[in-house]
Design a binder for this molecule. Structure first.
Ligand SMILES: *Cc1c(COP(=O)(O)O)cnc(C)c1O
Length: 497
C-alpha cells in the first residue's frame, strides 16, 4: 500500500514515510491509494479477537511496509489495561433499544484522542527506524483541548522524540487546561496562545511548511512531525474501533451479519467521522454517517449546501473540542470523492486559504448527501440533551457526545429511520464537569472544579477516572502565554536554535 498527497497525486510514499512526514511537502494530506476491502467472514472473525489483535489486523491492511512483529510491538504497547481502564478498550454501552454508545474515553486522558495517540508514538518511532531516519522527532501540536493532553501522555519520555503543544488561552475547559499545565515528562512543552484553535493550527501548519525552519532543524539533527489528525498515523487507529464495534455487535447477536448501522459522530476536524467513512468502504455495512456539529456549524452547512464558508463568527461553546472552522480532514474525503483530482483540491483549498470559501461541484454535493447527514445544535440544546438522557436512561454523557445524541434525535424525527445506530461517545463527562453537572442538576453550580467532580460522581454513580482525580495534587509546570506572531520564534527558542 502506498500513499498519495491530496495536492499532488504523483507523490507516492510508504506508510512509514507518510507517518514520519505527517503532512506532504506540498501542503497536502497523505491518503492510501485505495481502501482495502474486508470480506464478511473477515469482519466476523474480528469479533473474536482482543482489541489489540483487531487493531493489528486492520493495520496489516494499511501499513504493509510494517512487519507483523512491528505491528504487534505497537498494538501491544498501546492497547492494554496498563493504559486503559477497561479490558475491551472501546466499550459499548446500551443507551436504549438499538442505540449504542461507543465509549472511546477509557484511556489515560479520558477522551477518544487516546485511541490514536496511545499508538502514534510507537508508529512514529518504528517508522523512523524503518526508513533509517537518525533524527530526533519534534512533535508540534495545535489543540482545541483534548489532542494536546492525549499527545503529551502518548509521547512523554518516549526516546528520540520531544513534543510541544499550543492551545487557545481561553478556548479550553478548566480541567483540560489543568491537565496540560501539570503535564509530566522531560521531553514535553506546553504553551497558551492568544487566539482560537484555528490560529493555533494555522501557526503550526505554517511552521511545518517553513523551509527556513526545516533547514535549521535539519542542521541540528531534528525533524518535525505531526500528532494532529492530519497525520495518517492518527487516522488509521480510528478506523479500528468502527470495525471492532460492528464485529462485536454481530458477535453478541445485537445485529445480523450484513445488517446496516448508522454511525453518529460529534465532529470538529472531521477525523473521527472520516475514519467511519473508511470503515464503511472497507466493508462495514453503514447506512448513514451522521455528522454532528455544535453552533460552529460550518460542516452542517457544507454537507447540506456544498458551500464551505469559514467567514463567520467563531463561538466558544461547552463542547470546545468541536470549536473549529477549518476541518482539515475534509480534504481527504474530497480527494477520494473526486477520484484523486489533485488540481481541483488545490483550487478549492487555495480558495479556502485566500477567500475563506469554496463550493464543490454538483456531482460531489450529491455524493456527499448520499453518504452523510449533517445537523447541529447550540449550548442550550446540548445541556437539555444531557439532562434528558440522565433522567430517562440514568446515563451521563459529556457535552460533545450530547451534541451527537441531539443531532441523532433530530435525524430520527426528520427521517423516521429505525436503523440501529452507534453513537461515538468522545469524552468522559468528568472532563467537562461544570457544563455536565449544571445540565444534570438543571441549575448553575459555583463549586470548584474538584468539588464539581465529586458532586457529579454522587449524581451519576460513575467512578471518577483516576487520571482526573490525581490532578488535584499536581503542581503546574507550564504557564507561558504568547501571541500568534511569536509562535515561530518561541518554537525555535525552545528547541535551542
Ligand atoms: C477532538 C474531539 C472531537 C472532534 O473530533 P474530530 O476528529 O476532530 O472531528 C469530538 N469530541 C471530543 C471530546 C474531542 O476531543
Amino acid at each position: 500500500m502506498f500513499y498519495n498527497s491530496t495536492r499532488n497525486s504523483t507523490v507516492k510514499v510508504s506508510s512509514a514515510e507518510a507517518i514520519t512526514q505527517g503532512i506532504s511537502a506540498d501542503g497536502g494530506l497523505f491518503v492510501p491509494e485505495s481502501i482495502p476491502v474486508l470480506t464478511e467472514d473477515e469482519i466476523k472473525a474480528v469479533g473474536d479477537m482482543s482489541y489489540a489483535d483487531r487493531a493489528g489486523f486492520i493495520f496489516s491492511k494499511y501499513l504493509t511496509d510494517f512487519t507483523e512483529a512491528e505491528i504487534h510491538y505497537c498494538t501491544d504497547n498501546a492497547y492494554s489495561t496498563k493504559n486503559f481502564e477497561t479490558e475491551s478498550i472501546a466499550e459499548i454501552a446500551h443507551l436504549f433499544d438499538g442505540t449504542y454508545m461507543l465509549e472511546l474515553w477509557h484511556g489515560p486522558t479520558c477522551a477518544f484522542k487516546d485511541m490514536a495517540l496511545q499508538i502514534l508514538p510507537y508508529f512514529l518511532t518504528t517508522s523512523a527506524k524503518k526508513i533509517n531516519l537518525d533524527k530526533k522527532i519534534v512533535i508540534l501540536v495545535a489543540t482545541s483541548g483534548d489532542t494536546g493532553k492525549a499527545a503529551l501522555e502518548g509521547f512523554k519520555d518516549v526516546e528520540g522524540t520531544s513534543i510541544m503543544v499550543f492551545y487557545p488561552e481561553d478556548g479550553v475547559s478548566p480541567m483540560q487546561k489543568r491537565q496540560m499545565k501539570t503535564q509530566e515528562g522531560e521531553n514535553v512543552g506546553v504553551c497558551a496562545l492568544k487566539g482560537n484553535f484555528d490560529d493555533c493550527q494555522n501557526g503550526v501548519k505554517a511552521i511545518f511548511t517553513d523551509n527556513e525552519v526545516k533547514n535549521l532543524l535539519d542542521e541540528k539533527g531534528m525533524m518535525f512531525s505531526s500528532a494532529n489528525s492530519i497525520n495518517w498515523g492518527r487516522l488509521v487507529p480510528q478506523i479500528v474501533y468502527y470495525v471492532s464495534t460492528y464485529a462485536e455487535l454481530v458477535r453478541d447477536g445485537e445485529i445480523e451479519s450484513g445488517e446496516k448501522i448508522n454511525i453518529v459522530v460529534p465532529t470538529g476536524n472531521f477525523g473521527n467521522i472520516l475514519a467511519g467513512y473508511y470503515a464503511k468502504h472497507m466493508g462495514i455495512p453503514v447506512n448513514k454517517l451522521i455528522c454532528a456539529s455544535n453552533i460552529n456549524n460550518v460542516l452542517t452547512d457544507f454537507i447540506n449546501t456544498g458551500v464551505y464558508d469559514r467567514n463567520r463568527k467563531f463561538y466558544a461553546t461547552v463542547s470546545p473540542s468541536m470549536d473549529i472552522l477549518i476541518s482539515s480532514n475534509l480534504e481527504r474525503l474530497l480527494y477520494i470523492l473526486t477520484d484523486g483530482n489533485d488540481e481541483l483540491i488545490k483550487e478549492w483549498f487555495g480558495k479556502l486559504a485566500t477567500e475563506g470559501r469554496y463550493e464543490v461541484t454538483d456531482d460531489i454535493k450529491a455524493k456527499i448527501r448520499e453518504e452523510f447527514f449533517a445537523g447541529c445544535c447550540d449550548d442550550t440544546q446540548t445541556k437539555q440533551t444531557i439532562h434528558e438522557i440522565y433522567e430517562k436512561y440514568s446515563y451521563t454523557c459529556d457535552t460533545h457526545t450530547a451534541v451527537a445524541v441531539k443531532v441523532y434525535n433530530d435525524y430520527k424525527a426528520q427521517t423516521g429511520d429505525t436503523t440501529k445506530t452507534v453513537i461515538a461517545s468522545t469524552a468522559s463527562p468528568y472532563k467537562f464537569s461544570k457544563a455536565v453537572l449544571e445540565a444534570v442538576q438543571n441549575g448553575e453550580s459555583d463549586l470548584d472544579e474538584y468539588d464539581m467532580i465529586d458532586k457529579l460522581a454522587e449524581l451519576s454513580k460513575m467512578p471518577i477516572p483516576s487520571a482526573l482525580a490525581d490532578l488535584r495534587n499536581k503542581p503546574e509546570r507550564f504557564n507561558d502565554v504568547i501571541s500568534k506572531e511569536e509562535q515561530k520564534k518561541y518554537v525555535l527558542e525552545k528547541l535551542g536554535i
